[in-house]
Ligand binder design. Structure first.
Ligand code: GLA
Length: 385
């Protein structure tokens, strides 16, 4: 990327942040803050009670399950101030347990795939459960999205939110080290949803936490997202092999369907006869964010839906962004509002480190060692146009 292009992107990002903050301040100024409250959502087969927590601030309302730290719903106003739930999910616990394709899940210990479910760290080889063909996906057969979390309400200044904690025992899903995890979901008075992830370990391990929310800015169950426009501040992406594992190459997006540097409809190039799109049945790739790893969240993308006017911008400390265009939704699931979810009815934007990093020494490291703290943050800011 040329220096001038970089400058334009950086300036655009700064301007975008200012516009969002101003826009949402006006739109949401009168919206009250709701202290977090909880209700019974369901009961697991072993008798464990699952709560649904509700938090509101800045005109946004978030519902989170104590099972899987799942984002059960995310209500955001459109240009006329009408709220809609923009996150796919189910209206009952049994479906989340039995058939969820990670709807809203808090993903750990490792977001996306690890090839052959195997990696070597400090001379030890670890074998993880294979739950995606020959590979391990999203932390294995019982990842963090299928575990119970301890949830505490949080109120700090004008922010409100939830603190989720869990200790993952040494060896859980094959991963070494007792991992103490804290994930904070915060809603700000200006209509932003922020996620802060923290973890410590007592043995060297690998960690890559993310959130697997399926977004449809026109509203969950309202149809395809192919008309949403997406701008991704990434000039490269990581091509995949037939098992959807990165080959290790950082390929340029220029001249390919993967070029979202200028906003374009999600569906515009999705049917191009490109081998990468054939393999994933659409987009299911990691983009290499131009900003790289940052200590504070920096601009990554803008998603916009023309009819409702809803706009979501994401800022992250992470170096990668997995954009998945809902390729495996196949009309077999009935969602929260009673509608069938078909292919392309939502998309996931998972800020994270690159897939299979433990097997790619050239990728940014996902190794966590005792005495250090894993810290990443991602912000979703909402506005309308
Ligand atoms: C991620 C993966 C996809 C798919 C979805 C869930 O985005 O990259 O391949 O597994 O999760 O179906």
């Amino acid at each position: 990327m040329s220096t001038s292009r970089r400058t334009v992107l950086a300036a655009g990002a700064a301007a975008g942040l200012a516009a969002t903050v101003l826009g949402t301040t006006t739109a949401h100024a009168a919206a009250p803050r709701h202290s977090p409250s909880k209700k019974h959502f369901g009961t697991l087969a072993d008798g464990t009670v699952v709560d649904v927590w509700t938090v509101g601030n800045g005109g946004i309302r978030l519902q989170v399950l104590s099972y899987g730290g799942i984002i059960h719903s995310l209500e955001v106003p459109d240009a006329e101030g009408r709220l809609a739930n923009i996150a796919l999910g189910f209206d009952n616990l049994a479906d989340y347990v039995a058939k969820s394709p990670y709807f809203g899940g808090l993903i750990g210990r490792y977001g996306n795939r690890i090839a052959a479910g195997r990696f070597t760290l400090d001379g030890h080889t670890y074998q993880l459960p294979l739950n995606d063909g020959a590979n391990s996906l999203h932390g294995g057969t019982r990842g963090f999205d299928k575990q119970m979390w301890h949830v505490e309400p949080l109120t700090r200044g004008s922010d409100t939110g939830l603190v989720l904690t869990r200790t993952s025992p040494d060896g859980e899903m094959g991963y070494p080290g007792t991992l103490k995890v804290q994930v904070t979901y915060t809603l700000t008075a200006r209509g932003a949803w922020r996620i802060d992830y923290e973890a410590t370990t007592d043995r060297p391990t690998v960690v890559n936490l993310t959130s697997h929310t399926y977004f449809n800015l026109a509203g969950e169950g309202s149809g395809s997202v192919y008309d949403h426009t997406l701008e991704l501040a990434a000039s490269r992406y990581t091509p995949i092999d037939a098992g959807l594992i990165p080959t290790g190459e950082l390929a340029r997006v220029a001249g390919t369907p993967f070029d979202f540097r200028c906003a374009k409809p999600v569906g515009r190039d999705i049917r191009e006869g490109d081998q990468q799109l054939v393999r994933a049945k659409g987009f299911d790739h990691n983009w290499v964010l131009d900003k790289g790893i940052s200590s504070a969240p920096r601009y990554a993308l803008t998603l916009a839906e023309p009819t409702s006017g809803r706009v979501m911008r994401m800022y992250t400390t992470e170096p990668g962004l997995q954009f998945y265009s809902g390729n495996f939704l196949d009309a077999t699931l009935v969602g929260t509002s009673g509608h069938i979810y078909r292919q392309g009815d939502a998309l996931c934007l998972e800020a994270q480190h690159f897939p299979d990093s433990p097997n790619h020494p050239a990728f940014p490291s996902t190794v966590l060692r005792p005495g250090t703290t894993y810290r990443t943050s991602t912000v979703h800011s909402f506005s309308t146009r």
